[in-house]
Design a protein. Structure first.
Ligand code: 26W
Length: 800
């Protein structure tokens, strides 16, 4: 399958590369090498092959003075790097053969790599897919983020409840990163602002150093590579020995303490904005270091900062780096003497803002008091931006603005400082216009545009699903990985029974290996002949894992009532983490585990129903589960999920979706065809109307005997015999505080699940629908998305 294996790399040659690194880099003799040692040696051997395209790409960008894209994100959810890099450079098979000559197994070695979990969920994973696509497309770009010492916490279950453990990805050597001690910037905090002789100077009274670490990001076929630059915080002043000697031990270490905390942990909350000072400092740390680096790079070969927008495009991944506006203005005015109004125009021409959520509790706001004390100069600039905008738009309603009610609204700041604002699915973009920024949209028509999310086909099909990938290549030939629209060429073959059988066989083989893994991970045996029904994503009320588990209970009840009925065997698979402070989400986890324990032990049910919840869902678990899924659960309350990207991964891998008209589900359904998608539930507008009805949940519950039975079982403690009232809170919320409309959508959801059963009974019909999903999902490649950003936001082109 490797059309582009670098001709110079033979299995023999690569084997000696590995052995050379094993001896001279790792310092181990093959006879005593552990899997870890082999992984290091393999990684270094691969890394060597990435360096040349990486240097070439960087040199060409300099030589041709090409515009660069800067993607600023507080999260990059990269996952494992080794195999993805090996595939993109065309050496996956060569490496496997070389290792096998050495008596080693590529998969076993690759499986020891820890995930780089520098993100929470969708937003962070999107940033990682976009980095890969920019490299694939030859778009000169840098990702900028934070090198957190601890990524997203590791999840374990104790008596069914989530416990969080520190994650330690850096405890092992990270062979794909390069430390750049020479690239460091001072980042200030607090202090005061002085204006003397018309010049304004901010004198921070605290500071840390941001020190760079670079990772090459290699694109498909190894034709281009970009850089992901992550900042690590270091003390800005050396340890104060004089103070220490005077006995002032804590003061001597002050600078070290702040530095150590800033890049210490990723905030594990993707649901509520907490307004914590450390988070604001992290955001400024990322933004300031990055902007200083961008201007340094620009000024290395240019002198006119007014032309900055012709060479620099800066994308803000949500509002987390939205201080980029004020920080750029500060650098242009205070450090480079440009007038405020002109600085604002330059900044706006560079900046773009992607919105990823409408949830009010997730929208960032900072008290003016905190902003004014941590970043006094930025607070002044923010007020000036707001003022300037109001003067330019005197009709702006009084309630619209950046600073309101003693708070700085980061969404408004990002909007006003950007030349383009984008939503992440067609529906979401409409809602951004209508519900989030209607007044700003009216003042700036055309500024809000849509860029529907996408996923990297190399990782999410080629690497995660080698069986299906091989079938696709056999059927339509090589080269679909970077031309995903070509999957439509599968369509005529789907009429061929032989192809459908092969498609179903690949899915079944994936299910067999995943069943084996499930047994190891959870101790539960599942049958690969059952329908694998998968809901994998962060645990959140709006994503409605509760709806899924309530329907599971109803199904269990039905099976017990009618044991000889014609039931379709199902494995319900859940995966996901709850934010540590999100009690309701943690309660849902507890409930799923309690229900799983009861159902999985019920001899009356046997293989007809199993509930699986492997702990610690992460990118590599997704890579296992996605290829094995038959059914993809995308059941959020309409109007709440900005886009979703898991929905795309599952459908691309031949899972059928059961879903609401929310986020990108709408577009997925348009592409795969309504007959290959199980739609149910209220629309976004209907959801709003429904909430306005008093006692909407009561009405829904009273009209569904199944739901009444389920709630009754929960209330009686059927799943928590040791603590019968454990789920009274859940029951009470469904009856009386059902904001996410679980009750109102329950009956429609159960009906849709009935349709799923009916369709699954027709094995060949199901295979046809599944294959049509794969064939029609080409649009959702992140390459298509990045082309859209390049053309409509960044005004840049490919160097390939
Ligand atoms: C300030 C706390 C916080 C942190 C992160 C609030 C909100 C976030 C993110 C915006 C949440 C997020 O990951 N959003 C998801 O972004 C994906 C990529 O666009 C979408 O596919 C998901 O629908 C959206 O929930």
């Amino acid at each position: 399958m490797n059309a582009f294996v670098p001709a110079s790399v033979t299995t023999d040659g690569f084997r000696s590369d590995i052995l050379r690194h094993l001896s001279y880099t790792v310092g181990k003799d093959a006879a005593h090498a552990s899997l870890y040692d082999w992984r290091m040696a393999l990684s270094y051997a691969l890394r060597d092959r990435i360096i040349t395209p990486w240097f070439q790409a960087t040199r060409r960008t300099w030589a041709e003075d090409h515009k660069r894209v800067y993607y600023l994100s507080m999260e990059f959810l990269i996952g494992r790097i080794l195999e993805d890099a090996a595939i993109n450079i065309g050496l996956r098979e060569v490496a496997a053969a070389a290792l096998s000559d050495l008596g080693q197994d590529f998969d076993l070695i690759a499986d020891t790599e820890p995930d780089a979990a520098l993100g929470n969920g969708g937003l962070g994973r999107l940033a990682a897919c976009y980095m890969e696509s920019m490299a694939t497309l030859g778009c000169p770009a840098y990702g900028y983020g934070i090198r957190y010492e601890h990524g997203l916490f590791r999840q374990e279950f104790e008596h069914g409840q989530q416990v969080e453990l520190a994650e330690d990805w850096l405890s092992q050597k990270h062979p794909f990163e390069f430390e750049r001690p020479e690239c460091a910037y001072t980042i200030g905090f607090n202090g005061n602002v002085e204006t003397t002789g018309g010049r304004t100077v901010w004198r921070p009274d605290e500071s840390v150093l941001a020190s760079a670490y670079d990772m090459p990001v290699i694109g498909w076929s190894g034709r281009w590579a970009n850089t992901l630059r992550l900042w690590s915080a270091l003390p800005s002043s050396r340890f104060d020995l004089a103070r220490f000697n005077r006995g002032d031990y804590t003061a001597a270490a002050e600078s070290e303490t702040l530095a150590r905390t800033i890049s210490r942990v990723l905030y594990p909350d993707d649901t509520t904005h907490q307004g914590k000072e450390l988070r604001l400092k992290q955001e400024f740390f990322l933004t300031s270091a990055t902007l200083q680096d961008i201007l340094r790079r620009y000024l290395d070969s240019h002198s006119d900062l007014r032309a900055l927008p012709s060479k620099v495009a800066i994308q803000m991944n949500d509002t987390h780096p939205a201080l980029a506006g004020p920080e750029l203005i500060r650098l242009l005015t205070d450090h480079h003497g440009i007038e405020f109004a002109e600085a604002m125009e330059i900044a706006r021409a560079c900046l773009g803002y992607t919105n990823h959520t409408l949830l009010p509790e997730a929208l960032e706001r900072w008290s003016t008091w905190l902003m004014g004390s941590v970043l006094p100069r930025h607070m002044q600039i923010i007020e000036r931006i707001d003022d300037h905008h109001l003067k330019a738009h005197p009709k702006r309603p009084h309630y619209v603005g950046i600073v309101k009610h003693h708070e700085v609204r980061m969404g408004e700041l990002a909007f006003i400082m950007s030349h383009r604002v984008n939503g992440v699915s067609a529906l979401h973009t409409d809602l951004v216009k209508q519900r989030l920024f209607p007044e700003l949209d009216a003042l700036h028509p055309g500024r809000i545009i849509n860029q529907t999310n996408g996923i990297a086909p190399r990782r999410w099909l080629r690497m995660a699903n080698p069986r299906l990938s091989a079938l696709i290549s056999e059927t339509i030939g090589a080269g679909w990985e970077d031309h995903l629209d070509r999957l439509s060429e599968l369509e005529p073959h789907i009429e061929d029974k032989g192809f459908r059988d092969a498609f179903a066989a690949a899915k079944r083989a994936n299910k067999v290996s995943t069943a084996r893994w499930i047994k190891e991970a959870t101790g539960v045996a599942v049958s690969p002949d059952a329908l694998f029904d998968v809901q994998i994503k962060r645990i959140h009320e709006y994503k409605r894992q509760l709806l899924n588990i309530l329907q599971t209970i109803a199904e269990w009840h039905t099976i017990r009532e009618t044991p000889s009925g014609n039931h379709v065997p199902r494995v319900k698979i859940f995966g996901g983490k709850a934010a540590p402070g999100y009690a309701v989400a943690k309660e849902i986890i507890h409930l799923i585990n309690d229900v799983a324990r009861v159902i999985n032990a019920d001899p009356k049910v046997g293989d007809l129903l199993k509930v699986i919840f492997p702990p610690n869902y992460n990118v590599s678990m997704a890579e296992r589960l996605v290829p094995a899924a038959d059914l993809s659960e995308q059941i959020s309350t309409a109007g709440k999920e900005a886009s979703g990207t898991g929905n795309m991964k599952l459908s691309l891998n031949g899972a059928l979706t059961i879903g609401t008209l929310d986020g990108a589900n709408v577009e997925i359904r348009d592409h795969v065809g309504p007959e290959n998608f199980f739609l149910f539930g209220m629309t976004a507008d209907e959801a709003i109307a429904r909430r306005a009805i008093d006692d909407h949940a009561r009405e829904a519950i009273l009209s569904s005997q199944a739901l009444q039975d389920v709630l009754q079982m929960l209330a009686e403690g059927r799943f928590s015999p040791d603590q019968p009232d454990r789920y009274h809170g859940v029951v009470n919320r469904v009856w009386h505080h059902d904001y996410f409309l679980v009750a109102s959508d329950f009956a429609a959801y159960c009906d849709a699940q009935g349709e799923v059963d009916k369709a699954y009974r027709d094995g060949d019909g199901w295979a046809r629908k599944a294959a049509l999903n794969t064939a029609r999902m080409g649009y959702f490649s992140s390459d298509r998305a990045i082309r859209g950003y390049m053309k409509e936001i960044w005004n840049t082109d490919s160097m390939l």
